[in-house]
Design a protein around this ligand. Structure first.
Ligand code: SF4
Length: 486
């Protein structure tokens, strides 16, 4: 499928609306060849035209459009016509309608801040953007549950992210820069040493700018892919440089049971982490094998039991809907299996296929309706007392569906809310880390670390020089009272 757009100042939105229906569709520079499957969007002087040709069948819609229509309104009108045409031509209606943004919950917060009534917000989702009622309710419920977490934020709040880009093996759907321990094991020790140096520098930066640390998150990759001794070294460096007992939340992704030993779980507990994540993705051995995981569902259950025995009282478990060989029935079984463990958080992702993954976008592993049916079984979470507390969407996600974090009352993962709603600065350490500076006025600036571990180790000073940008950023907020609420 090709997309041909002519006469629009920006074709960005129609292009993305088309990809809600035809995910790998590419933008064409020329009028599509005779007979080729294509979507065309054309704007003339007084009208616009949307057309689709699929399997030799064509459908076309046109509508008037005055020359002086403001660009934003014109783009919306064009997308609306295109969306309705593609719903009709394909017989599908995407659950989030024509909302293409990654943060639908932010829309709820923004509209509430602007004083919009609940009915106006509902009408925006359902009538203007054709989102279905359940998705609207999910977004609103998530926004409600986030409110007390967002209220913890102050103008000088920040969170610390520490990246460990190593994994025991590569999952077939992974697009992250993570390296396997087999191919890059010799890099781990110098990497941990460099990370410890960077933590000392970040700590100094935070102190200079009078920032207040709210949460710490050690993620990956798989942080437990490093040895217990290396994990101890890293967490000791965190303890040496930051006031760990004062942070509101300290998460370590224990990730995969094929490298998370009782010894490492004990180190995580000893060094003050308050939350861990054990991520089965699925409890089907067949699906685990299909995605390249070298562990069984039983290993996940054993790892969870060990973590509980060692006193971990706040555990998240990640699941993915839409994995190869998975089915709605199996997914529901996975969900029931995880619910039986009663973890404090369950995060349900929808499979996202990116170019860097081994699964190819064009060969989506599940039938269209199946992924939505998998997410439908998340109703079980509500029935078991879990509430949605953060939600986001990604480009390339099957059916453009969402990722949602659910929590038992009182256990919402603070870091997840802070990063997703972009309410405060995230200072990142390690390869692939991205520091996101958020000013009290909402101004955002990003500083990127090197992407790969070897670059990060060898060009460490370059990264640190870039972090000078943190001082520059906060210089203009020098008069801010750290304790003043937003
Ligand atoms: S565990 Fe995560 S980061 Fe590591 S290979 Fe699998 S998907 Fe990628």
């Amino acid at each position: 499928m090709e997309i041909y757009i002519r006469g629009l100042a920006s074709g960005y939105e129609p292009e993305h609306v088309t990809r809600l229906f035809f995910r790998p569709a590419l933008l064409a520079k020329r009028w599509p060849a005779r007979g080729a499957d294509a979507v065309a969007v054309l704007r003339g002087k007084k009208r616009f035209v949307c057309g689709v040709r699929m399997n030799g069948l064509c459908a076309v819609r046109t509508a008037p459009l005055a020359q002086d229509t403001p660009p934003e309104q014109a783009e919306y009108e064009i997308c609306r016509l295109l969306f309705l045409l593609l719903c009709e031509a394909t017989g599908r209606r995407p659950a989030w309608g024509m909302l293409t943004g990654v943060r639908p919950v932010r829309l709820v917060h923004d509209m509430r801040r602007a004083g919009k009534a609940q009915e106006e917000i509902e009408s925006f989702f359902r009538d203007k953007y054709f989102a279905d009622g359940e998705k609207y309710k999910l977004a609103v419920r998530t926004a409600d549950n986030q409110a007390p977490v967002l209220a913890l934020n102050t103008p000088r709040s920040y969170s610390l992210y520490i990246s460990i880009p190593f994994c025991p093996s590569r999952c077939s759907y992974c697009s992250f820069v993570s390296r396997t321990t087999a191919e890059s094991g010799s890099l781990i020790e110098p990497y941990v040493q460099a990370l410890c140096r960077e933590l000392a520098e970040i700590s100094a930066l935070a102190r200079r700018n009078r920032l207040r640390l709210e949460t710490i998150y050690i993620g990956g990759g798989t942080p437990t892919a490093v040895s217990a001794a290396q994990l101890r070294t890293l967490m000791q460096a965190v303890r040496d440089n930051f006031d760990v007992p004062a942070v509101r939340e300290y998460t370590v992704e224990a990730g995969r049971p094929d490298c998370t030993t009782p010894e490492k779980l004990a180190v995580i507990k000893e060094y003050g982490a308050t939350r861990i994540s054990i991520n089965p993705q699925t409890l089907s051995d067949e699906v685990l094998a299909a995605i390249g995981r070298r562990h069984t569902a039983q290993d996940v259950l054993d790892c969870f039991a060990q973590a509980r025995r060692l006193g971990h009282g706040n555990i998240n478990m990640d699941l993915i809907a839409g994995l190869p060989l998975d089915t709605p029935a199996r997914f529901a079984q996975t969900l029931q299996g995880v619910l039986a463990l009663a973890p404090e958080n369950i995060t349900v992702h929808t499979l996202t296929l990116k170019r860097a993954s081994n699964l190819v976008i064009e060969h989506a592993p599940n039938a269209y309706g199946d992924v939505a049916r998998m997410l439908d079984s998340c109703a079980l979470l509500g029935e078991n007392g879990y509430e949605p507390y953060y939600l986001y969407r990604q480009k390339g996600t099957l059916q453009n569906l969402e990722n949602t974090g659910y929590t038992r009352p009182g256990y919402a993962g603070l870091y997840n809310v802070f990063i997703m709603e972009e309410v405060h600065t995230i200072l990142s350490a390690g390869a692939g880390g991205s520091t996101k500076l958020v000013g009290p006025d909402g101004h955002i600036r990003r500083i990127f670390n090197h992407k790969y571990p070897l670059e990060y180790i060898e060009r460490f000073d370059v990264v640190q020089a870039r972090k000078q940008g943190v001082d520059d950023f906060y210089a203009k907020y020098a008069d801010l009272d750290p304790e003043t609420a937003r």
